[in-house]
Design a protein around this ligand. Structure first.
Ligand code: SAM
Length: 326
């Protein structure tokens, strides 16, 4: 395995919204290389972290990085859509903080054999957990042209989705679709050359992103996390989510707002809203926190990062609103 390379985004801001304290327990739903977890462990020298990842290779890299923290770290292989069950199995049904840094790591993107990269040939896989589920190639082969176009349009916001979908299925039928670079070439041939010259991103970026999100059911995973997280937090516990896609950020923003609104209603109305009065939150970030120019210059991936946080309200008067001057 190549050395794990991934620069954690919005590290200081994440600590500022989660406010880790000694003796507390955190759940890092997207452990990756362990960058955010390491920062939490260093910030509060007796806190503990349960780190979840779907990717066994990421868990192995995090294990090596976090070895020195011994029993303060528990590693769990699984998907954060199942976080309630995973925490219960780890003997920690409630935590002081939950963190999700969504999407894939730079290391996953850059590992050709994982199939996320359009610049190096690899199998059309794209699964974060290669032990289960359909690969990108299997997904493509299972879809009609219309269904594939919808995936590419909705999850990739690609306006040439219809012709790209038709070209992909044609290439598949003609046996020209074996690798990620085959797919990238098929896509690039459908995007007008002038548009490609003007664009800062590769012509295949949006379609690859759409397929990755579909293969890993990323929006479904996020919905499940957003539905269940308040019940996993102790009183005053915080949830922070970093998203990289407008669809994800919209889901996070809406759910955090709905919970904050429900918490400001009298209990009878809160119940009508479908929220139990005990499981509502208030916003820690009113606007999404974004990276400073220096962070973006050092780590271009930070450009699209949006951090939002919320806090369970049924707690003694803890300060919720972190102060950010952006
Ligand atoms: C952006 S990286 C996290 C990087 C990490 N915060 C760090 O600082 O090193 C996202 C990680 O989350 C994992 N992941 C994404 N979706 C997941 C899900 N639904 N369940 C569990 N892990 C997931 C990916 O496999 C990847 O390792």
């Amino acid at each position: 395995m190549a050395a794990f390379q991934h620069q954690s985004v919005l590290l200081a801001d994440t600590l500022a919204v989660l406010t880790p304290q000694d003796g507390e327990v955190y759940c890092d739903c997207t452990l990756g290389g362990g960058g955010h977890t390491e920062a939490l462990l260093l910030a509060a020298p007796t806190c503990r972290v349960i780190g979840i990842d779907r990717d066994l290779e990421a868990l192995a890299a995090a294990k090596a990085r976090l070895e020195r923290f011994g029993e303060r770290v528990t590693l769990v292989h699984g998907a954060f859509g199942d976080v309630a069950e995973l925490l219960a199995q780890a003997g920690q049904p409630k935590v002081h903080g939950l963190l999700a840094d969504l999407g894939v790591s730079s290391w996953q993107l850059d590992s050709a054999q994982r199939g996320f990269s359009f610049s190096r040939p690899g199998p059309l896989d794209m699964r974060m957990d290669p032990s289960r589920g359909a690969t990108a190639l299997e997904l493509i082969a299972s879809l009609s042209a219309d269904a594939l176009a919808n995936v590419i349009f909705e999850l990739g916001e690609e306006r040439h989705s219809r012709r790209i979908a038709r070209a992909i299925l044609r290439a598949l039928a003609e046996g020209r679709l074996a690798t990620t670079t085959d797919l990238a070439a098929v896509i690039a041939a459908e995007v007008p050359a002038a548009e490609q010259r003007r664009s800062k991103i590769h012509a295949a970026t949006r379609t690859f992103q759409a397929l990755r999100i579909a293969v890993n059911a990323e929006l479904d995973q996020l919905q499940r996390l957003l539905t269940g997280f308040p019940d996993l937090l102790v009183a005053g516990g915080r949830c922070a989510i970093i998203s990289f896609h407008s669809l994800e950020d919209r889901l996070v923003k809406q759910r955090f707002r709905d919970l904050a609104f429900a918490s400001s209603l009298p209990p009878a109305f809160a119940a009508q809203e479908g929220e139990r009065a005990a499981a509502v939150c208030e916003l820690v970030t009113r606007k999404a926190i974004v990276a400073h120019d220096e962070e973006i210059a050092a780590n271009p991936r930070a450009r699209s990062a949006r951090l939002r946080a919320t806090r369970r309200t049924d707690a003694p008067n803890l300060p919720a609103q972190a102060s950010f001057h952006r």
